[in-house]
Design a protein around this ligand. Structure first.
Ligand code: H2U
Length: 354
């Protein structure tokens, strides 16, 4: 019997994080007798008077949101990071009890005044305005001399802990470079120093040639299920040019970014005909005043759903105690995403009803 990646258990390597994932494709063939039902999604109004993020409404702390027409950002009223923190450090000497003060700030980014929309239901022009706001925030927050990292992210869906269905994301900006981007920085730097090219430009060149894990592509961006994906439908949107940070994208590339973000999330929603939950975020160069040619920015999507609108993957047991693990291969997941229409299932229904 000869080994093949489609049928036999194996491990895959993630060169960005220097971590491994256990892949068990043979398990995906086991019978499934659990739920497969669709869920009824509540119909939301365009403006909800009780929503803290809608235009003109009063937030919990009494501040009133302006009558914004596109995007709107504000400092998180319950920020996890604070600017005004005295500097302090603790180290017991042999490194067993270490702690360090951390300064930073958190913002909330409203994607649209429309309470009833999500990114895949917005027009590309509207999403482009979100990209523009991310660019502005990265620039302004990163310009503060003590801010060395700006983490842009979106939690979509209550299953991901999102507290409000109004389309929004967050930004946490801070002194230290957090662990995930720090790992990626180290590995990208080692690769760049050795090869003189970014790890991701060499990687996506091969992905584009092979096409097996590509789920969407336009002139400037490619969306792929990475070879080393952990979450069942994990993807990554990567600019084709080696761009270190969002502020280095050309106007045309920003349009292409918005298009890729929209197209990928439409396909996601169409898989189970449900608003597909995920945590997504941009990994890019730190704002520490250095050039960072090794960094190739990318946006990661980590959706928890596995088999249906309600059956999600749990990162428990072996994953918690030993190693990340997945059943369906990245190639099978990619084929499933790729085959989805670029017309959102809700607008397809509307078209049919006409
Ligand atoms: P999440 O739904 O992704 O948790 O984001 C909503 C954020 O909005 C959350 O971090 C903030 C919460 O602290 N928020 C305010 O800053 N002001 C409010 O009036 C309500 C919610």
């Amino acid at each position: 019997m000869e080994f093949n990646f489609e049928d036999h258990p194996h491990r895959r390597y993630n060169p960005l994080t220097n971590e491994w994932v256990q892949v068990s494709p043979h398990r995906a063939k086991r019978p499934w007798q659990g739920q497969v039902e669709k869920i009824e999604e509540e119909k939301r109004p365009e403006h909800d008077p009780s929503c803290y993020l809608c235009a003109g409404n009063t937030r919990i702390n009494g501040e009133v949101n302006p009558q914004y027409t596109d995007t709107y950002s504000f400092q998180n009223d319950f920020a996890a990071l604070l600017e005004d923190v005295p500097t302090g450090e603790m180290n017991d000497g042999n490194g067993l009890f270490r702690a360090k003060s951390e300064r930073g700030l958190c913002k909330v980014i409203c994607f649209s005044p429309r309470h009833d929309l999500t990114i895949p239901e917005m027009e590309t022009e509207g999403i482009r305005k979100v990209v523009d706001l991310w660019t502005k925030e990265y620039t302004e927050l990163g310009a503060r001399d003590y801010i060395n990292h700006v983490q842009i992210f979106e939690n979509k869906g209550s299953v991901m802990g999102c507290s409000n269905p109004h389309p929004h994301g967050q930004i946490w900006a801070q002194e230290s470079i957090p662990q995930e981007p720090a790992k990626k920085q180290e590995n990208q730097k080692a690769y760049y120093d050795k090869n003189g090219t970014t790890l991701l430009s060499d990687y996506i060149a091969q992905e584009i040639k092979q096409q097996t894990r590509v789920v969407y592509e336009n002139e400037h961006f490619v969306a792929i299920v990475p070879f080393w994906a952990v979450w069942p439908f994990e993807t990554m949107i990567v600019p084709k040019r080696a761009v270190s940070r969002i502020t280095d994208l050309t106007e045309e590339e920003k349009d292409a970014f918005a298009d890729a973000y929209r197209s990928l999330t439409i396909k996601y929603d169409n898989i189970f005909e449900v608003s597909f939950p995920y945590s997504a975020g941009i990994h890019q160069a730190p704002t520490d005043g250095e050039d960072h040619p090794e960094w190739h920015m990318h946006m990661c999507f980590y959706p928890p759903l596995l088999r249906s609108a309600t059956v999600k993957k749990f990162m428990v047991g072996y994953e918690m105690l030993a190693n990340a693990q997945r059943d369906i291969t990245a190639e099978t997941a990619a084929a499933r995403i790729r085959e989805q229409s670029l017309v959102h299932y809700k607008s397809a229904v509307l078209e049919e009803e006409k």
